[in-house]
Ligand binder design. Structure first.
Ligand code: ADE
Length: 508
């Protein structure tokens, strides 16, 4: 992981070095700049909560994929002006007079010509050749180091089938190309840290959509688009570190994994604020969704298949330059799954995840004192027989939890006009917020399993999902299905259902 981090930093450096100068505009260098502590009035346009003008230390002007906005920056936000390096986004700043950003349009790089008297051969060497040479040496050294580190990077292997996986483009359609350009191109797994911080500080928090021991989740807006902001409670800071580390070092773009945008850490009145900014899904968590919605069998299958697909992506080690190590989630549950508008789900919260690379049998369990959710703990976690040094063990606990999530979804599925109320797993045998001991008694001693309603047996889709669930709940961890097997079974069901619908249409 350390190598990957260095590689990322070097790639970002190399990339910054390669940015053509004509993408960088700093009006402060050519115009008279007011004292940095003085406030100026700026034009404010196309920004959330934007009353026409605002007051700040700097006025900015941005063009994001052709859309212009204007507004104010605090002194500390001046570095934002350098985000001009994002393809598709141009930003420039000024503070030489009130409303100076009204005059800013498509920026031009000011030409700085040295006076004729200074352009003798010596000064040309000093001014042009030496910096160029230095730049060339630094760029070459960086590239050599990057290539060397790349050649040492482990090649990842698939966990189950020998086939190589192609990384899907995967981003939600409502998010701008800015995120995707960084995340799916050669520029790495995420935005450079400085850009992440800059974006985070441009977000306006709009409404709190969730609160818990972990902290709070807010809907925020960034350049007019909704984003989710998870604000971690200080007691859960290790989860922020882990999730930030994973999203920034592992290629995780997938339709069924919550899309990462940025992470930010700020100090406020001597306390630290930890933010994780992700795609926003207005339907909320699967847990919330199932409280007020029921599904038809096809909708149920779509959701179950999408969760299984997300888990396959996490569990699978991918061999390629843009590969990924295998990851086990360790806290899979309906509250950590979000429902998308297309009826699919995506898996969230990688704060407890463990990482494994088969190549050098490298297992990184992190150092988070948090444990998974007791209600979803597998028998071997509850009786503490889990082999903590073996990566497979963690995947097997995820499969136990996956079975419970499928059970929650099927309860809310209507078959023959019958549907059950939402209930959490083991609702009938443990109280709310069960203790470790209460769960252990039920799951390990009594070996109780969630009951399956009769209606499921009578339906071709639901009877297969019910069988899958039972095979996720074997007491013996290695006997359980793998995520890949679950996905394959559900994909087959999906294809069969599509074919019979097609045939029905043709027959009519
Ligand atoms: N609740 C938790 N995370 C969320 C997200 N990304 N979008 C919407 N609601 C959420």
């Amino acid at each position: 992981m350390g190598e990957v981090t260095i590689l990322k930093a070097l790639l970002a450096t190399a990339w910054l070095l390669c940015v053509p100068a004509d993408q960088i505009t700093d009006y402060s260098s050519t115009e008279e700049v007011a004292g940095s502590s003085r406030l100026v009035t700026c034009a404010c346009e196309n920004r959330p909560n934007c009353p026409g003008t605002c007051s700040g230390h700097w006025c900015f002007f941005t063009v994001v994929h052709g859309v212009q906005s204007r507004g104010c920056f605090e002194q500390a936000q001046y570095e934002t002006c350098r985000t001009a390096r994002i393809p598709g986004l141009h930003i420039s700043c000024c503070n030489n007079k009130d409303l100076c950003n009204e005059d800013l349009t498509e920026p031009k790089v000011p030409e700085v010509k040295p006076p004729a008297s200074e352009t003798g051969p010596d000064s040309v060497i000093m001014l042009v050749a030496v910096p160029l040479l230095l730049l060339l040496i630094v760029a070459m050294a960086t590239c050599a180091l990057v290539l060397w580190l790349r050649s040492r990077k482990p090649h990842y292997k698939d966990d189950d089938d020998a086939a190589m996986m192609k990384i899907p483009a995967g981003a939600d359609p409502n998010y701008g190309d800015i995120f995707d350009e960084f995340c799916t191109s050669g520029s790495g797994t995420g935005l450079p840290y400085l850009v992440q911080r800059t974006m985070a500080r441009q977000i306006s928090l709009v409404e709190c959509v969730g609160k818990g021991r972990y902290g709070e989740v807010w809907r925020g807006t960034w350049t007019g688009e909704s984003v989710a902001v998870k604000i971690f409670s200080s007691r859960d800071e290790q989860s922020w570190f882990r999730e930030t580390e994973i999203y920034n070092t592992v290629q995780l773009r997938h339709d069924n994994i919550l899309g990462f945008i940025a992470s930010d850490m700020t100090s406020k009145n001597s306390s630290t604020q930890l933010w994780l900014i992700t795609h926003f899904h207005e339907l909320g968590s699967l847990y919330d969704f199932l409280q007020y919605s029921s599904l038809d069998p096809e909708g149920c299958l779509r959701m179950c298949l999408s969760v299984a697909s997300g888990l396959v992506h996490l569990h699978t080690e991918i061999l390629s330059t843009q590969g990924k190590p295998a990851i086990a989630h360790r806290d899979l549950k309906s509250r950590n799954i979000l429902v998308k508008r297309n009826g699919q789900c995506c898996i969230a919260d990688l704060g407890l995840a463990v990482i494994h690379s088969q190549n050098n049998d490298y297992l990184d369990v992190g150092n988070n004192p948090r444990v998974g959710t007791k209600r979803y703990m597998a028998p071997e976690v509850l009786d503490e027989s889990i082999r903590v040094e073996v990566f497979e063990s963690y995947k097997q606990t995820d499969i136990w939890a996956l079975g419970l999530v499928l059970w929650e979804i099927t309860r809310r599925t209507v078959v023959n006009g019958i549907v059950e109320e939402y209930r959490p797993p083991f609702f009938d045998v443990v109280p709310s917020d069960p203790s470790f001991e209460e769960m252990r008694k039920v799951v390990c001693v009594d070996q109780y399993r969630p009951s399956l309603h009769n209606r499921l047996c009578s339906h071709p889709i639901l009877s297969t999902i019910a069988k899958v669930m039972k095979e996720c709940w074997f007491q013996s961890p290695p006997a359980r299905l793998t995520a890949l097997r679950v996905r394959k079974t559900l994909s087959k069901l999906d294809q069969d259902a599509d074919q019979s619908t097609e045939k029905l249409k043709q027959d009519v």
